[in-house]
Design a protein around this ligand. Sequence first.
Ligand code: ZN
Ligand code: ZN
Length: 120
Amino acid sequence: MKNIFCLAFLIPATLFLSFPGTTLIPFTFSNSQTMENQKNYYCEYCGHKFTSVRQLTSGTCPRHPDGSNKGRHKLYEGSEKSEYTCKYCGKKFPSIQVMVGGQCVNHPKGENKGHHAPAL
Ligand SMILES: [Zn+2]
Ligand SMILES: [Zn+2]
């Protein structure tokens, strides 16, 4: 005597998951979203805004780690954001300029031994 009725409960429910007629709508994203007409560049040390890298790297930085104006501005290589996070302590700031104006409790040189630095 073989009980084959239990097989009826094993019919996979996946049969109901196929929806005929669902056509994939091709999304045509334009890859030409370059927006390079007005790109800004920021110094990682002082947060000063420049319109070209050349301009940025040609000037001396008042917040250079070696001392005020002891070196040139350093290009912040991250993208322009509405909010910047300090890579040492994780605190958030509305701009690099505001960020680097404060001392960081988690600075690698010691507590409050240096300024916040933007994460990329
Ligand atoms: Zn600078
Ligand atoms: Zn910090």
